[in-house]
Ligand binder design. Sequence first.
Ligand code: GAR
Length: 202
Amino acid sequence: MRLLLLASGTGSLVQAVIDGLANTGVEIVAVGSDLADAPVLDRARAADIEVFSAHPRDYADRAAWDQAFTETVAGYSPDWIVSAGFMRILGASFVSRFGGRIINTHPALLPAFPGAHGVRDALDYGAKVTGTTIHLVDEGVDTGPIIAQFPVVIEPNETETVLHERIKAIERRELVHLLRFLEHGTLEVSGRHVSGYTPSAP
Ligand code: GAR
């Protein structure tokens, strides 16, 4: 199975996937980013994984970036693409080319708190429970069919950093578990409903 990872930041999820899929039949064919200086790219280089980056501001418009990003990714012939902390919305041509084979993690219980600040938005709202969602990517923002969700009870006075780290600990474990499943298993998708997969039981 050829896996391509997309990320924008520190890349602790990417690192977990690199470590968790070692000695499996999953090959991480590349790690891509919108940011050339994202620390995640150093993690990938350290693991001898190819990297690439492309930022929309370096293209004539968003559609041109989307097209170029799509072509670059297609060049790696990935079976699955994981947006693991990729903080940019994937474009229409990207989603139409790879739709059904793109997975995203989002640090909130969708459809609550979509967007770039899922953890902060849940805290600001006064939510008592939040969590993480692993889902397929469609044309919308954090709207695709849900593969798995995991609740996290928010502690009184918890900071965004502490809460996000607790959520990421779950994301790291569950993303690896799902990708190990996908090496041999198949998700059944019917409209919004995804079946055929059982999350790990910690
Ligand atoms: C993760 O919590 C991931 O779910 C989130 O970014 C974090 C990346 O952490 N993604 C989004 O918020 C996408 N909207 P990392 O850089 O430590 O891997």
